[in-house]
Design a protein around this ligand. Structure first.
Ligand code: DGY
Length: 434
């Protein structure tokens, strides 16, 4: 375990560039929004200065309207597609003048990451001082979400691209692809030169991904136009749970800092409305857990995925609902031949245990589940999630994702995607300390 912890720290240190971390070499050579946040949690355990820099650099790329992009292209490299020239973030009038980026965002983890850094810190007054210097930017990011991404004023924000969800090629999106017919684009993928194509999205899926961006670009990434026209417009339970969790953290941190009653009041208003709508709209009684809602086509997307259980981390479900979620999770995802927690329903015919977000286990979702289960008193199951995570890493290394079937780990390597992957290392360090 000690050797593995040392290796985890090495992974993080090697992936730290000038003030920010890459998720892993070649496959993801820039700064990614939610990766950065989760990486800072790992650094906080042994190098708080790097954790602070990570967040500072991320927030430095914030746009005038509070938006934070999903990728910040700090460097030039041809190992990634689609890069800065494709995304053209400068089309948006309020885009950062300093950095080139994408024109889409990712799950808003920054608020709760700051609170985690404070929890981990051995010098809390110093960390709180640091938080004071960045917290208003995170507040302004939340303001962006609630004022620009909620066209029906429900307290639930939309995502307009599968890459905004973080769960890039989830089978849930298949229903949306079925409503679209994008052109066959000509482009050169780079991801499949680094990673086996069987572990990555298909060419046709990429056509959809690019098409949505083309539509957004035609309208200079205008939020209003995107809400009106994007064929992909979804209320995602993972994304909204991250926002709610971060809201809660901002409230706690502003109270610690003091003298911010107006912001606390506004955050509390957003929070109350969000949690209420989340419970009214996204809980599926029959499935017993939370699901996605397709806002473009006005219909629920009734599938179970690891995102269905993430609301535990944000304290969204009642005790009764939490009990139902845990039952379903253990019943469908938690058999003794499986590692917790597959990213998609293992009993579904769309499940694929090797393909990116169509089934493999991801360390970041497991980390959220571990915390969520503990918060609701399911300590034994939380412990299993922790142990499963440690085992799959010990068996294979710090991969991006892992096969959920135990048998696959007996047969050989069952770690997939990028190796020496930063958030797998970062959250492993945090899990070990719990
Ligand atoms: C990719 O390129 O697959 C990234 O996950 C997009 O964010």
């Amino acid at each position: 375990m000690e050797a593995l912890e040392k290796k985890a720290k090495e992974v993080l240190v090697n992936n730290f560039k000038e003030g920010f971390s890459i998720p892993c070499a070649k496959l993801y050579p820039f700064q990614w929004f939610w990766d950065s946040g989760l990486i800072a949690i790992g650094f906080a355990h042994f190098d708080m200065e790097k954790a602070e820099q990570e967040i500072e650099t991320l927030l430095d790329a914030q746009w005038g309207n509070g938006f934070i992009p999903h990728i910040i292209f700090h460097t030039e490299t041809d190992t990634y597609f689609p890069g800065a020239d494709f995304h053209q973030s400068n089309l948006h009038p309020e885009a950062s003048k300093k950095y080139r980026s994408t024109g889409m965002t990712q799950p808003p983890v920054t608020g709760f990451v700051l609170e985690e850094m404070y929890r981990i810190s051995k010098d809390k007054p110093a960390t709180l001082k640091y938080i004071e210097t960045v917290i208003d930017k995170v507040y302004s990011n939340h303001n962006y979400f609630f004022t620009k991404r909620d066209p029906q004023n429900e307290g639930l924000v939309y995502i307009y691209h599968n890459w905004e969800s973080g769960t890039d090629n989830s089978p849930i999106w298949d229903d949306i692809w079925a409503t679209m017919n994008p052109p066959e684009y000509t482009f050169e993928r780079r991801d499949t030169t680094h990673v086996d194509a069987s572990e990555r999205p298909s060419k046709r899926e990429y056509d959809h991904y690019l098409h949505i961006i083309e539509i957004a670009k035609e309208h200079n990434y205008s939020d209003e136009k995107i809400a009106e026209l994007s064929p992909f417009l979804v209320q995602d339970p993972l994304f909204n749970a991250m926002l709610i969790k971060s809201n809660q953290s901002l409230i706690a941190l502003y109270k610690l800092i003091g003298n911010n009653d107006d912001k606390v009041e506004q955050l509390q208003k957003w929070q109350d409305k969000s949690v209420k709508s989340f419970n009214n709209k996204l809980f599926d009684e029959e499935l017993g857990a939370y699901i996605h809602y397709d806002l473009r086509n006005e219909k629920p997307l009734r599938y179970l995925s690891s995102s269905s259980f993430a609301p535990l981390y944000a304290n969204i479900p009642s005790k009764e609902r939490a009990a139902s979620m845990v039952n379903i999770m253990m019943d469908k995802f938690g058999g003794d031949q499986q590692y917790l927690c597959a990213s998609f329903d293992p009993t579904s015919e769309r499940f694929n245990p090797k393909k990116y977000w169509r089934g493999p286990v991801w360390v970041n979702l497991n980390w959220m589940l571990f915390n969520g289960l503990n918060q609701y008193g399911y300590n034994n199951i939380a412990e299993r999630v922790k142990q499963d995570t440690i085992d799959i890493i010990a068996n294979n290394g710090f991969y991006e994702y892992f096969d959920s079937r135990k048998q696959a780990h007996k047969d050989g390597n069952a770690g997939y995607g990028g190796n020496d992957f930063s958030w797998s290392a970062a959250l492993y360090i945090d899990l070990l300390k719990r």
